[in-house]
Design a protein around this ligand. Structure first.
Ligand SMILES: NC(=O)c1ccc[n+]([C@@H]2O[C@H](COP(=O)([O-])OP(=O)(O)OC[C@H]3O[C@@H](n4cnc5c(N)ncnc54)[C@H](OP(=O)(O)O)[C@@H]3O)[C@@H](O)[C@H]2O)c1
Length: 359
């Protein structure tokens, strides 16, 4: 397989550090450039991350002495060194849109973790097991941007990564209404218990913008390519409530669902067991062997025990039972900074390389 030189924009952040650690032994992708804000320009990566390295794994040795670029001022230099970039920055949405478009117009594909372009109609929001065909809209996006190579592709919000895969496997039964309550880790806010001690012994019933993302983003993922844009799905209706809970990593969701064609419990378990997609077909390096795993034990999945399933790229499901108001209820769990952020973006990039969108 071809090797790709990649850059990480936002390399000093929580998601950027995840990219650094998961890419260190990647068979296709080789990190050659790192960028963040102007505050860190000219520092080594080790200096820029001093006192704020949040990963359990150490910083990759070969990245320690890389010289940080300014993501904005040095965009041309960075784009000329790499085949594509991963982007995860904490900036205003309009600034992120401008930054990502700038890289795309420099003919540098952007695999983004940011939410700014998720609802740009010709930007695909890809979960490789679910909607790999949405990559087709990249042709229309390139036409709009006037590029040959450059484009933007995004991954969806971390909150939807557990319940959307579980529901996707059940689409033939036509889910009509979904109520979901998420229990989200503090790393989703780029925080640890050291940097956010108020989260110890605490639950905060508000995560800005999260409920809207949790209700709307699945509709784009379940949508279809309609010429030059993605047409969003219109059902099922989703209502979401998102809570921040005192766990380091791992977003859990409690899901209630009504179907037009109510399946049996056995049918649901069978669909979850057998569910796989293009990522598995292509045997992509970051693809979990089993995307969805159902636990029969009443007290599983548990965040601490099960978030690292399949290297943090699998989704665990449990507690499936009939409900007195909806048809069924269950619980699902995924790792928010692996499957839900950096790992999901790496898997998307692998798909885009394997399908010829990044050459
Ligand atoms: N954490 C998660 O689980 C998660 C999940 C999905 C999506 N996301 C998204 O990923 C993005 C990053 O999140 P995070 O948790 O990694 O944030 P974070 O830890 O706060 O890191 C933010 C990064 O953005 C950089 N940055 C800030 N201002 C910049 C500027 N003006 N120009 C260039 N770079 C700038 C920072 O660089 P400096 O060090 O130089 O300031 C840092 O590298 C956000 O859009 C977030 O919504 C996060």
């Amino acid at each position: 397989m071809k090797q790709y030189n990649v850059g990480i924009v936002g390399a000093t952040g929580m998601v950027g550090q995840r990219f650094a650690t998961i890419l260190q032994d990647h068979p296709w992708f080789n990190v050659v450039a790192v960028a963040a804000s102007a505050r860190n320009k000219g520092k080594t990566y080790a200096e820029a991350c001093e006192g704020r390295w949040k990963m359990a794994a150490p910083m990759p040795e070969k990245m320690k002495n890389m010289i940080m670029l300014d993501a904005d001022a040095d965009a041309e230099e960075l784009a000329s060194q790499v085949d594509f970039i991963f982007c995860a920055v904490d900036m205003k949405k309009d600034e992120i849109r401008a930054l990502e478009e700038r890289y795309a117009k420099l003919e540098c594909p952007v695999c983004s973790n940011n939410s700014a372009n998720r609802f740009t109609p010709d930007v695909p929001m890809i979960i490789p097991e679910i909607n790999p065909q949405h990559a087709e809209v990249i042709h229309a996006q390139r036409k709009r941007l006037g590029t040959k190579r450059g484009f933007i592709a995004v991954k969806s919000n971390c909150s939807i990564q557990s319940y959307v895969p579980a529901l996707t496997a059940l689409m033939e039964f036509e889910p009509t209404e979904v109520a979901v309550c998420t229990y989200q880790a503090i790393s989703g806010a780029g925080k640890t218990f050291e940097s956010w001690p108020e989260m110890l012994d605490n639950v905060i019933p508000y995560i800005g913008g999260e409920e809207e993302k949790s209700e709307k983003e699945p509709m784009k993922v379940w949508g279809r390519v309609a010429g030059d844009h993605i047409e969003n799905a219109v059902s099922p209706k989703i209502t979401a409530q998102c809570l921040r809970v005192p766990v380091s990593d791992g977003h859990m969701a409690a899901v209630f669902v009504k179907f037009a064609k109510k399946p049996t419990r056995e049918q649901m378990l069978e669909r979850w067991k057998g569910f796989s997609g293009r990522a598995q077909e292509l045997n992509l390096p970051s693809a979990p062997k089993h995307f969805l795993t159902y636990f029969e034990e009443d007290n599983r999945p548990q965040t601490r025990l099960d978030r690292d399933l399949e290297g943090g790229m699998g989704v665990s499901i449990g507690r499936l039972r009939e409900d007195s108001i909806y048809d069924y209820k269950f619980v699902s769990l995924s790792h928010n900074t692996l499957r839900g952020a950096a790992g999901g973006a790496v898997l998307m990039a692998e798909l885009l390389c394997a399908e010829g969108y990044i050459d």
